[in-house]
Write a protein that binds this ligand. Structure first.
Ligand SMILES: NC(=O)C1=CN([C@@H]2O[C@H](COP(=O)(O)OP(=O)(O)OC[C@H]3O[C@@H](n4cnc5c(N)ncnc54)[C@H](O)[C@@H]3O)[C@@H](O)[C@H]2O)[C@@H](O)CC1
Ligand SMILES: Nc1ncnc2c1ncn2[C@@H]1O[C@H](COP(=O)(O)OP(=O)(O)O)[C@@H](O)[C@H]1O
Ligand SMILES: [K+]
Length: 503
């Protein structure tokens, strides 16, 4: 699914109005109906609603929703938040006139006009949407602060007011802290980034049937992964396949005290379907890994405690994943340097392999083309230097991928895959239960496995992050988020692949 900018969203609205054709007022009515359908499926008519409307079309949505909720028997209060002489959009004005007499709109021109709400009131935030042009000030900022202080449920219409759809927030901005955001057609870019996404709560995209022609033809570098798209990547297993059909993966990592990381990767690689798996561990890891992962073959390093030299044949493998539990000893750095000089299969680099590369720019310059790197935010910062904000980080991601001709999975709540050709793919699966030690190691195993099976680097990243997050979602459904541990992700990988197959 393409993610559109605020300007493209405006064009999509205008294109729909012109080509469907439909009046702008009717399109707003459609948006408000979709919003009200969503609300009435979740809240009963006894729940009081306080609807705060701004001066533009977002406020117009709020007014139309107020009328529709009232008509369905809901208990609604309407507030117009306005600065003196504020111009209103035409559709706002039309919807204000359409409010039934028994539903008067109360004006809030200063914070003194903000009356107490009865306990349990759900706040509908329709102050500003994708037309926000500057940070909130004056009465708007004061009302938002008050709404946030109430501590109740806040549902933002389209975008939490004060948040830009596709620009960074200024420091100390006032923004609605939404419980849910009901957004029209598709999520906005800022919902997918950590600083701004934190204001959105849970987002839900409701369709307002924008013109499919526009959506099909518009160009956007930003994509959100959908089940149908991921299903189209997944290759079914063949009846006459044998273990050689599904590649031979090699994982290198594990050091004294961190062998578990490599074991988590190895188990995940097997569950992600690789034909054969070899792991290289230091001497102390030999019997540990042979016991914990009997399906894997083991190579040992010359060193007892950490990686110092690759002891296998590079051409024997279809993908090499390196990093989980690797450690950052000086002889490990030298070993990595020597490894990069070999004619290697495709690489997946994670954790300490990334840290070693980040600390040594010469090593970074020898990174084989087409490699997959899986940093979390801190590891990414070590590679590129600090980003001033989430949007700047996306630029850094693009320039890094282009310069090093590699794929980067920038991990987080919506992990983002950057490509050498400048696209960004955001993941749509996963949950905070996965914020637990070892989750990243599991991802490395999955990616190494998929790449060894013959998926392209891009397909590997997209399918890999999606099934990883989906395994986390399925695990969390059964055991809750707090109890989820990394090995559960491997345990639920099978169900995740089944769900992808079903689409
Ligand atoms: N026909 C359409 O275009 C549709 C629009 N829709 C709604 O319309 C919204 C976009 O509407 P608009 O473009 O009118 O934008 P908004 O309603 O977000 O607000 C824009 C208005 O607020 C003013 N403004 C912006 N930032 C301000 C600030 N910080 N302080 C004070 N005033 C500020 C602008 O000058 C403008 O008058 C969407 O988010 C969505 O909710 C939906 O109804 C779907 C159809
Ligand atoms: N809040 C979250 N929502 C969704 N996924 C998450 C969340 N937190 C972490 N994850 C996922 O869990 C993994 C954590 O990786 P990482 O930070 O490298 O952990 P570790 O180093 O402990 O293995 C990443 O794939 C990330 O996308
Ligand atoms: K809003």
């Amino acid at each position: 699914m393409k993610i559109l900018s605020a300007a493209q969203t405006r064009k999509a609205d205008a294109y729909t109005i012109q080509h469907e054709p439909i009046s702008s007022l009717d399109l707003m009515e459609r948006a408000a109906s979709a919003l009200v359908d969503w609300l009435t499926q979740r809240f009963s008519p006894e729940v009081p609603f306080a609807i705060f409307c701004g001066p533009g079309n977002n406020g117009g949505d709020g007014l139309a929703a107020a009328r529709l909720l009232h008509n369905r028997g809901y208990n609604v209060q309407v507030f117009l938040v306005e600065e003196p002489d504020q111009t209103k959009s035409d559709d706002f004005t039309q919807n204000l006139h359409r409010l039934p007499q028994e539903l008067p709109a109360q004006s809030i021109q200063s914070i003194e006009d903000f009356s107490e709400l009865s306990p349990g009131t759900v706040v509908l935030d329709a102050l500003f949407g994708s037309g926000l042009s500057r940070p909130l000030r004056g009465v708007y900022a004061q009302v938002v602060e008050k709404m946030n202080q109430l501590g109740g449920t806040i549902i933002s219409v389209d975008v939490p007011s004060g948040l830009f759809a596709d620009e960074a927030l200024l420091q100390d901005s006032t923004v609605v802290q939404a419980t849910h955001t009901v957004t029209f057609e598709q999520p906005k870019l800022s919902f997918l980034l950590p600083s701004s996404g934190a204001y959105v709560g849970e987002w839900h995209a409701v369709s307002i049937a924008l013109h499919p022609e526009y959506l099909q033809n518009v160009a956007s570098p930003y994509q959100l992964l959908t089940p149908a798209f991921i299903k189209s990547i997944l290759k079914p297993r063949k009846k006459y396949a044998h273990k050689g059909t599904y590649g031979h993966a090699l994982l290198i990592g594990g050091s004294y005290g961190k062998l578990g990381a490599l074991i988590l990767s190895a188990q995940a690689a097997l569950r992600a379907g690789v034909g054969l798996l070899t792991v290289q561990v230091p001497q102390i890891g030999y019997s540990i890994v042979q016991t914990a992962v009997p399906e894997a073959m083991a190579l040992t390093d010359l060193h007892d405690l950490h990686f110092t030299r690759f002891t296998g044949q590079p051409d024997a493998y279809d993908c090499l994943g390196i990093g989980p539990g690797l450690g950052q000893a000086e002889d490990t750095r030298l070993a990595l340097e020597a490894l990069f000089r070999l004619h290697l299969p495709p690489l997946v680099l994670d954790a300490d392999a990334l840290n070693l590369v980040a600390a040594d720019r010469t090593l970074l310059r020898t990174l084989p083309e087409g490699s997959i790197l899986t940093p979390h935010l801190k590891e990414f910062e070590r590679l590129t230097g600090p980003a001033t904000d989430d949007f700047h980080r996306l630029q850094l991601l693009q320039s890094f991928c282009q310069e090093h001709k590699c794929y980067v999975v920038l991990k987080g709540a919506h992990s983002c895959v950057g490509t050498p050709t400048g696209e960004y793919y955001f993941n749509s699966t996963g949950n905070p239960g996965m914020a637990t030690g070892g989750s990243g190691d599991v991802l490395t195993g999955i990616l190494t496995s998929l790449r060894a099976q013959g998926y392209s680097a891009l397909e590997t990243c997209l399918l890999g992050i999606y099934v990883h997050g989906l395994a986390g979602d399925l695990a969390a459904q059964e055991m809750g988020q707090a109890s989820l541990i990394a090995s559960d992700l491997s345990a639920f990988l099978g169900k995740a692949f089944l769900a992808v197959e079903k689409g």
